[in-house]
Structures are given as structure tokens and as C-alpha cells.
Design a protein around this ligand. Sequence first.
Ligand SMILES: O=C(O)c1ccccc1NCC(=O)[C@H](O)[C@H](O)COP(=O)(O)O
Length: 213
Amino acid sequence: MPTAAIKICGISTAASLEAAIRARAAHIGLVFFAKSPRAVSPVQAAQLSARAADRIGRVGLFVDADDALLGEAVGAAKLDALQLHGSETAERAAQLRARFGIPVWKALSVATSDDVTRANAYAGAADVVLFDAKTPKGALPGGMGLSFDWGLVANWKGPLAWGLAGGLDPANVAEAIRLTGAPLVDTSSGVESAPGVKDEARIAAFCAAVRSA
Ligand SMILES: O=C(O)c1ccccc1NCC(=O)[C@H](O)[C@H](O)COP(=O)(O)O
């Protein structure tokens, strides 16, 4: 099985960006959602993005964002992909892919097998579906360190590329990959010492664990 690609989400400092690059992650996530402890402004994102250019992929994370925010962020941060982490429909995903001309990742919150089946609707509209845990009503829609039953996506064979997110950390990610065969894994709070504070040693440990799987 090829090594899973790694995304470290919620990067907000140059030090954590450098840690992700050193650990050979494939992508960082920049969070454009004001309620998140990991939120970056377009100006911060532009600075991080300039540092990241040609060294690691830059994925912008949005939650039901309007066109103005998306346009400002894509322009400022030269994003390589959009991650839609709200209730965006397949039509909205396709519209944004056409408008910005970059790949779209659609995060889907999973609690049951029906939630996994919803991924099929995004074939041809998004490029990647990211299965993440369902979070409690009123909480952030991601980045909460919650996982779901990995058996629901074990060896998923769907009509688009996919990744696994939700509660992954250095201690469980190898097992998650072994159980699911996920070609892409995404973590945020699992490599933090406090909400929004990335831990360089945990980033390194996470990436080493992925390569050991
Ligand atoms: O990170 C956030 O604060 C966040 C806010 C709103 C929507 C999504 C958010 N994060 C998503 C991610 O960082 C990951 O894609 C994924 O959910 C994994 O998070 P975690 O369970 O903390 O590893």
C-alpha cells in the first residue's frame, strides 16, 4: 500500500508551517473561519502562503463561505485547493471549482453509512471527499479531535479520491490507515498542545507514524 498523503490543518504560524514541511506533509490547511481558534486573516494567510510556495500544498478551509471571502482568500493566499467544511451542496462545489479553477475538497461529517453514501453526489463536482466526524450541535464543524467508526469507510471505493479526518493523532493514525486504507489523512487538534497551538514534535511524530503504517 502506498504511503498515505498527509495534511496538517490549522497552520497559523511560520514555525508550525516549517515543522509540517520538515516532516514531509503534502498539504497544510489554512482556516478561513472566524469562529475557529486556528483562524487566519487574509494578510496572515498571504505571509504563510508566500513562505509555503512550491514547498507544500496550501488548502484553504471554509465553512459555507460567501463569494467575497472566498475570492479574497484565494487571491491573497494563492490557494492550491479549497476545502469546504460546511453544508455546501455538490452544485456549490462545482460552481466554486469552475470559478476558481482549483481542486475542491468536500468534507462530509460521518456518523452512519448513509453519511458515507452522500459522497457519491459529489462525483464530478469535487475532487476529494474528506470523511470527518460529526460534531455536536453548536460546536465547530471540525477540528474537535472527534473520530467516527472507521469501519464505515474501510477500503472505500467511491467515484472520487478520498481522505480520512477526525481525531487522528500520532498514537492512532497508523491503525486508522491499516483499517481503512485511507490514501490521505488529515489532522489538526491531534498535533496540538492546546486548541490552535501546534506542537512541532507532535507534527513530526504524526508524520513518522503515517510512514510506519
Ligand atoms: O480546525 C478548525 O477549527 C475547524 C473549524 C471549522 C471547520 C473545520 C475545522 N477543522 C477541520 C480540520 O482541521 C480537519 O479537516 C479535520 O476536521 C480534523 O480535525 P481534528 O479532529 O482536530 O484532527
